[in-house]
Ligand binder design. Sequence first.
Ligand code: HAM
Length: 413
Amino acid sequence: MTDLLPAQTERWRGMEDQIHALMKQYAYQEIRTPLLEASELYVKSVGEQTDIVQKEQYRFEDKNGDWITLRPEGTASVVRSLVQNTLWEEGRITRLYYMGPMFRRERPQKGRYRQFHQFGLECFGSHAPSLDVEVILVLSRLAEMFGLTAPKLKLNSLGDLPSRAVYRDVLLTYLEKHRDALDETTRERMAENPLRAFDSKAPETQAVMSAAPILLDYISDDERAHFDHVRSHLENLNIAYEVDPKIVRGLDYYTHTVFEMVSQDLGSQNAVGGGGRYNHLVASMGGKSCPAVGFAMGLERLLMIAHLKEQSKVRKLVAFPLCPEAESGALRLCEKVRDLGDYEVEWIPGKSSLKAALRLADKVNADYAVFVGETELAASEFMLKEMQSGEQSRHSATALCNWLIQHKEATRL
Ligand code: HAM
């Protein structure tokens, strides 16, 4: 878990602001859910046999005996809230997004943290393949907006539950046949969830999996038609992708389309974002039958590889009252400059020497420094120093504000 220090938070906020603005353009509304949920929620949604639930939860017993989990992802909470607050009506589409910290007790490494941040969106209420495409469009637009170099979109279809059940047996039979060639972890967990064998990093298992039967060969005609629709929309929109049968996702709720965006710039934790369709989750949590699709992106990973555009710099003014009697007037001036709207104004009391004040103004990267000593106070004026040129001038409060406005216009021209 890391502190986001002042040197980083500005970049974070710039990224968050751009994401909020993008969401408005796609008609998604923000939802904020609690960081804590009943542990049961993740067993029912993410799945009992997944790494997230088995190994990575921050889970504790509350004083009244309830089991609580720090949220490891956002989809489950959003679905819970959708059902509890009736945010979706039949015949409508509900579009929601969220941003915030998630918690997984994974082995930390570059790009993998125990508290990390996700931006995610969820689109409820339609089976239309064009909505799978809408969420993929947002993902690729974000990649473009943040200047990712050569991101890759990987696509697969997991079909629906009956085809998956058939495939599961086929895969399990194959794995049993090659049992001796598999790594120990895969052998131990394959009976519970054979698809996870595709996620194994062990070279001996990867060799076995490269010749394994694939789910795409077992999906029904309807499921294939859905997948083909998604693919042709993507092609018509010039969104590059590759079908990768190994994308099985580490969470149990998916059906039909699944996808991941990866970037070679990230190293071994190369997934920037991932998601897919989940047509049964809402109903399994007590809601009506409501198809849905969404994705989430890791914001730390996004920032690691983003090429952000320079944000326009706000000019900085520092104000130094050089004697206590000058403070009220200088505070009033600061308020006036803040009212102009374009300045960062920093108040630094307690300096009596001009030389020390100037040194500090330089250190805090000020564009302008304003001083009031006894001479200026007597004349109801302020001394203004332009830090770059070194020029000094004396003004009344109003004249100083006018000077700042004119100077800004002039430098813009
Ligand atoms: P996920 O693939 O588990 O999906 O996580 C999405 C993204 O979160 C990953 O691609 C990665 O960038 C980031 N991430 C995950 N774990 C970590 C970590 N320990 N440290 C840093 N970044 C991490 C989900 O969470 C689904 N809820 C996505 C979704 C939304 N599916 C449908 N709707």
